[in-house]
Design a protein around this ligand. Structure first.
Ligand code: SF4
Length: 305
């Protein structure tokens, strides 16, 4: 099901996606840039806000659905993806966005990412990756660099970080990008591309935490560190090259599309609809099962076991 809305007669602007709630992020938090980029991307897509479901987990960044006019669900820690998939299956016509932080996505919710990728539902997963747990006051997160001193690693982290880009590429994600609020135009465009992609799309956003984050990664220095993949001549259809570049996560701040599958697999919702239609036919296995159940003295209802 496409995320486009060709029938919408109305033209929406970025401010139509901005709710009346004032964000309570710390002044200077990278997430302000992310929500602004999302407003712009949604305006470019031009779906009415009531046709958008925005699902998040728990954390500073997971407040984000409330700052939009989409239907929002601030769920439980690490469980945004399963809930978003359920919503998409129930109503494939919705444009479904999922958002959260690096802790939500790659620690407590890490197991769900692989399964969302292999099912390939058409939804966009936005991770605001600040390499720290901000909401709970600065503990080590799964993407914190080795050596980082945090409230839970006073002498410096002794662990290597999870690499979100390599993680999703290794599991076969068909659209993988990285953006940064230091390049607002580029970030809005990336989110738009991800939403338009027919299938699971992943955007990792380097969104600095000004209060607890690594001073080296802050917004004021971010612009100068960005290296755009397009300017580097990267071919986004080359998955192996994308994996090579992704290995520089944490050392080089690449932005742009790492990988876009030129032949994306069918979406999960389209397979489910096709299976439902097949089972509704007269000679369908479902009809057979019901008949057999009735012949065996049952009431024609299917029972488990
Ligand atoms: Fe942003 Fe960090 Fe403040 Fe949370 S604690 S709102 S991530 S700056």
């Amino acid at each position: 099901m496409s995320n486009e809305c060709p029938l919408s007669p109305e033209v929406f602007t970025a401010k139509d996606y901005r709710s009346s709630l004032k964000p309570i992020w710390c002044p200077g938090c990278g997430d302000y840039g992310v929500v602004t980029a999302i407003y712009r991307a949604l305006a470019a897509i031009n779906r009415p806000p009531h046709e958008i479901a925005f699902i998040s987990g728990i954390g500073c960044s997971s407040r984000i659905p409330g700052y939009t006019t989409a239907y929002g669900f601030n769920t439980v820690h690490g469980r945004a993806l399963p809930i978003a998939q359920g919503i998409k299956m129930a109503n494939p016509d919705l444009l479904v966005l999922v958002a959260g932080g690096d802790g939500d996505g790659f620690s407590i919710g890490g197991g769900h990412v692989a399964h969302a990728i292999r099912r390939n539902p058409s939804l966009t997963y936005i991770v605001m990756d600040n390499q720290i747990y901000g909401l709970t006051k600065g503990q080590l997160s799964p993407t914190s660099p080795r050596g980082l001193k945090t409230s839970s690693t006073q002498y410096g982290s002794m662990e290597d970080p999870v690499n979100p880009l390599l993680y999703v590429l290794a599991y076969g994600a068909s659209f993988v990008a990285q953006g940064a609020p230091g390049d607002m135009d580029g970030l809005a465009k990336l989110i738009e591309q991800a939403i338009r992609f027919p299938g699971f799309s992943f955007v990792n956003i380097q969104s600095p935490c000004i209060t607890y984050g690594d001073p080296e990664t802050q917004l004021k220095t971010q612009k100068a560190r960005i290296r755009k993949l397009e300017a580097e001549g990267h071919d986004p259809s080359n998955r192996l090259r994308a994996m090579e570049l992704a290995q520089e996560y944490g050392t080089t701040l690449y932005t742009g599309v790492f990988y876009q599958n030129p032949n994306p697999p069918p979406t999960y919702e389209s397979l489910i609809r096709a299976r439902q239609q097949a089972l509704q036919g007269a000679d369908s296995p479902l009809e057979d099962l019901l008949e057999k159940s009735a012949e065996n003295g049952g009431n024609g209802e299917l029972v488990a076991g």
